[in-house]
Write a protein that binds this ligand. Structure first.
Ligand code: ZN
Length: 151
């Protein structure tokens, strides 16, 4: 089998940030890297899970709702993939992520979709962990530009 594109990125050189991972037709996959790969510090499962619920909720309720194809965590627990249609500019994709992360950082109350009937592991949530990662990433993405989206 062929090595898929995301495995060809040199993960030793990858820093926290936001990158374009691949483009398939009109679908742009963004690599939102929240932890340094193989750095010994990873999102815990609860934080990753809560982050997913909040990030997806915000992005899918944003003005770009019709362009959001997918929001989901990486299995290595170092970040998320966000897949948007290419009618969202790079600048607006960065802004959507910044706005989403601000939403996570400031969130309080009941996590959306966290009832037993709504979720596959409804007890495994960590809101404080998700908020800490969002705050950290808001610093990383502050002033982020489209040029930085290249690996
Ligand atoms: Zn869930």
């Amino acid at each position: 089998m062929k090595t898929i594109a995301s495995f060809k990125v040199d993960h030793d050189k990858l820093e926290k940030g936001m990158y374009i991972s691949r483009i398939d037709g009109d679908a742009v996959t963004y690599d939102i890297r929240m932890k340094k790969p193989n750095g010994g510090d990873y999102l815990n499962n609860g934080a990753l899970h809560t982050f997913e619920h909040l990030f997806a909720t915000y992005a899918r309720n944003s003005e770009y709702t019709d362009s959001v194809i997918y929001v989901g965590p990486m299995g290595c627990r170092t970040g998320f993939y966000l897949i948007l249609r290419d009618n969202v500019s790079s600048e607006n994709a960065i802004k959507l992520v910044q706005d989403s992360f601000r939403f996570v950082a400031e969130f309080s109350g009941k996590i959306p979709g966290s009832e037993r009937k709504e979720c596959g592991n409804y007890l495994e949530h960590d809101l404080d962990g998700a908020k800490a990662v969002a705050e950290d990433m808001l610093k990383v993405l502050d002033g982020y530009t489209a040029e930085k989206l290249k690996y």
